[in-house]
Design a protein around this ligand. Structure first.
Ligand SMILES: [Zn+2]
Length: 420
């Protein structure tokens, strides 16, 4: 019933549309958007109409058409919902002691990914599902309207298949990461584990997944093994993405480029050749600054990638070990403060960049025809996401045009920073 209704959001202080028409004062009625524009774009004193779950009109508030219901943004900013293209959400247990030891500079010998694998294997479906859904709700409250979710803490055929089936309950962006690490039972036979990942485990997992991923790193999987995992996944109809160049220089980015992967994720240690590969191919460089924050490592060189012409996305890498944040606003603040990205670049990377990393053209922008996934920010501009780090500023979230999360109902009251 409500699907047939239209909603006008007016009084928007800044409408971040990413639709390639920066504040030209023109409305975009009737101009479908392909989501392929490369740059941040916004207009002030704007309005937006939602109809049938999509953006139906954007333009100056003074020229807004009538709609069935009206929301007064009272000078607040509206942005596309965040697209978090890298997250590990199906797991049990937690690793706060490991984090505390790392921050204190103390050695910590047990745990790591294999600690989470042990806890995950031992957990019931109900425990895994409850943990997953709690994290998904947490993401939504922080403005994430699309997220990717990986397996990788099961590492047996039934445990990986279970993780992916659970992920598929909450997102279409499901990633098979059987090649996360070699589990202890295969420590003496890593090649045998790669055969399992490329064979029976893939057969059991492919029906639930859209993507195949591999942790290509010293101590995980080498270039040939990673290429084999991606090729097997692609032969089963999955598209490729890669954990690349996180802990040191290595072949990950080159493997991603050779496989035609959608994204190379981490990109913390890059050679000039790696930067060239990312700039000259459609492979998105997905940066995960929550990891460097939580591991006290040097941040990725976003400026170097952007200046070379690479497409950069930001994502959380939400996982219980190296980055237990689900907050895209936090990642935006880190990218601006620590990685030299402008506020516009960081917001684009967290919205349109994430969409690009997921090969989605229907999200990450608010052009006419886009899915109406959007955030009402309790602030007058996108800059506040980095300017007020750590402050909850997501006032409301719409997913496919439906109100999905609301901190407090936007009232008609004018905020202190309102121009009106
Ligand atoms: Zn990851």
């Amino acid at each position: 019933m409500s699907d047939a209704q239209s909603t006008l959001i007016t009084g928007i202080g800044e409408l971040v549309s990413n639709d390639g028409q920066p504040d030209d004062g023109q409305s975009n009625d009737g101009q479908p958007n392909d989501g392929q524009h490369n740059a941040f774009a916004a207009m002030t004193d704007a309005a937006l109409v939602i109809a049938e779950g999509k953006v139906a009109w954007t333009g100056p508030a003074a020229r807004a058409p009538a709609a069935d219901s009206v929301v007064d943004a009272a000078g607040r900013a509206v942005l596309p919902g965040f697209a978090d293209s890298h997250a590990h959400l199906v797991f049990a247990g937690e690793r706060s002691a490991e984090f505390a030891a790392r921050m204190a500079g103390r050695p910590y010998r047990t745990g790591g990914i294999l600690g989470t694998v042990e806890a995950t294997r031992a957990a019931s479906d109900a425990v895994l599902r409850a943990n997953l859904r709690r994290l998904v709700a947490e993401m939504l409250r922080q403005g994430t309207t699309t997220f990717e979710c990986k397996s990788g803490y099961g590492l047996t055929v039934p445990d990986e298949a279970r993780g992916l089936a659970l992920a598929a309950e909450v997102t279409p962006e499901v990633t098979y990461l059987g090649a996360h690490v070699v589990p202890p039972e295969f420590a003496a036979d890593p090649a045998g584990y790669v055969d399992l990942v490329c064979g029976p485990m893939l057969d059991a997992c492919a029906p639930s997944a859209r993507w195949v991923d591999v942790f290509c790193e010293d101590g995980a999987f080498g270039a040939d093994e990673a290429a084999a995992v991606l090729a097997a996944g692609q032969a089963a109809g999955l598209d490729a993405r890669v954990h690349a160049n996180q802990l040191g220089p290595g072949p990950g980015v080159r493997v991603a480029a050779a496989a035609g992967a959608a994204s190379a994720d981490h990109c913390t240690f890059l050679t000039d050749g790696d930067v060239d590969a990312l700039a000259s191919t459609p492979v998105v460089a997905t940066l995960l600054p929550g990891v460097e924050f939580s591991c006290r490592q040097p941040f990725p060189q976003a400026r170097r990638l952007l200046d070379a012409g690479a497409t950069v996305a930001l994502a959380t890498d939400c996982n219980p070990g190296s980055s237990f944040t689900s907050s895209m606003p936090f990642c935006i603040a880190l990218a601006v403060r620590e990685m030299g990205m402008t506020t516009e670049e960081a917001v684009w990377a967290a919205t349109a960049g994430g969409a690009r990393a997921l090969r989605r053209t229907d999200i990450g922008h608010l052009g006419v025809g886009a899915r109406a996934d959007l955030i009402l920010l309790d602030a007058p501009s996108h800059t506040y996401l980095a300017y007020r780090p750590g402050v909850p500023q997501i006032a409301a979230v719409w997913q496919a045009g439906a109100p999905a999360s609301r901190r407090s109902p936007p009232s008609g009251r004018r905020a202190a920073w309102s121009r009106a």
